[in-house]
Design a binder for this molecule. Structure first.
Ligand code: SF4
Ligand code: MG
Length: 329
């Protein structure tokens, strides 16, 4: 066992006409074998950029990894050649995106698409590959897999296409799946089915999962630990229980009051977080949440909060939790 993936102080920027966008600003977290770690935050918070960095899919330029490291089984991914990296993608790490149609080829049969990857990575006949594909379609809950292999993506419903994407990502038996907003394009009932499917797959295969979403409600059922991201930084990190029942960062609390509760209690109204995230061309000197935070103090605007350890697995980056700061209440 030990650590499967370790990200340390990752910073990623993009140069644009308007200047340098600091999309990810010092992100660190680790994923152990078979674990599910969530990254939750609003669109533009840097969560997808973090995922793309792991896969080394940041286009350079305009993107640039400014500092930090990503290790898979202790191996620095930055030290790999593009050819070695292609082997990591798909074979060691599988990726699932929000919109299956952008990743599926409409002109190829489902069978050809499912087996394409495994045939390039492994010495295997088409027949053997088809057998694997059929088993996987079973695993992801697609009925009549033999018939389905001959069909094209447009013959699948949205939910079935997402199941297909999951099967495709699992073909080479990766140790880690990265799912970026895997349920966002789906309606609520199908969302729940896909989340159940992730749980089932994890139980059966032991694959580790990084799930990226703007919706905390989605990860309540499956995450072991949650990273809450805001303006390119992780502002709170904890177990799913700590994040849902003892949230300390005002942004996390805001996210929680804007999604339905874990225990199904509907007595509290859902309150959206007012305001917009800061401009990442010139991130604020102090806490990036200051302009939206109802607890903001003088220190918040002037100084970047340091990380406070609340328990062994629970951290937050907020002056309210820092003993050196006198609280306004
Ligand atoms: Fe709010 Fe200050 Fe905490 Fe930032 S550091 S979240 S502004 S209280
Ligand atoms: Mg995104």
């Amino acid at each position: 066992s030990g650590t499967l993936l370790e990200i340390n102080d990752l910073a990623v920027s993009f140069s644009t006409q308007g200047g340098e966008v600091q999309a990810v600003r010092g992100v660190s977290f680790a994923v152990g074998p078979g674990e599910t770690v969530a990254i939750v935050g609003e669109s533009g918070c840097g969560k997808s950029v973090t995922a793309q960095s792991i896969m080394r899919l940041i286009p350079e330029p305009p993107g640039r990894i400014k500092h930090g490291s990503i290790h898979l089984h202790g191996k620095d991914l930055a030290s790999l050649t593009e050819k070695q990296m292609r082997n990591v993608r798909g074979k060691q790490i599988g990726m699932i995106f929000q919109d299956p149609m952008t990743s599926l080829n409409p002109t190829l049969t489902v069978g050809d698409q499912l087996t394409e990857g495994i045939l390039t990575h492994e010495k295997m006949s088409q027949r053997e590959a088809n057998k694997e594909a059929i088993e996987l379609l079973h695993l992801v809950g697609i009925a009549n897999p033999d018939e389905r292999l001959k069909q094209y993506p447009h013959q699948f419903s949205g939910g079935m296409r997402q199941r297909l994407m999951i099967a495709m990502a699992l073909m080479c038996k990766p140790e880690l799946l990265i799912a970026d907003e895997p349920t966002t394009a789906l309606d609520v009932t199908i969302q729940a089915q896909i989340i159940d499917l992730f749980k089932e797959i994890q139980e059966k295969t032991g694959v580790a999962i990084i799930i990226i979403t703007h919706d905390l409600g989605v990860v309540a059922q499956i995450a072991d630990r949650i990273n809450v991201m805001y303006a390119g930084e992780i502002v709170e990190y904890g177990t799913v229980k700590e994040i849902f029942y003892q949230p300390e960062h005002p942004y996390t609390r805001g996210l929680l009051t804007s999604v339905p509760r874990l225990d199904g209690d509907r007595s509290q109204p859902l309150i959206p977080i007012v305001g917009t995230p800061p401009d990442l061309f010139a991130p604020p000197v102090g806490c990036a949440f200051t302009s939206r935070c109802k607890y903001a103090m003088k220190v918040c605007q002037a100084h970047d909060p340091e990380v406070t350890e609340l328990s062994e697995q629970h951290y937050t980056k907020c002056w309210l939790q820092d003993d050196r700061v006198e609280k306004p209440y």
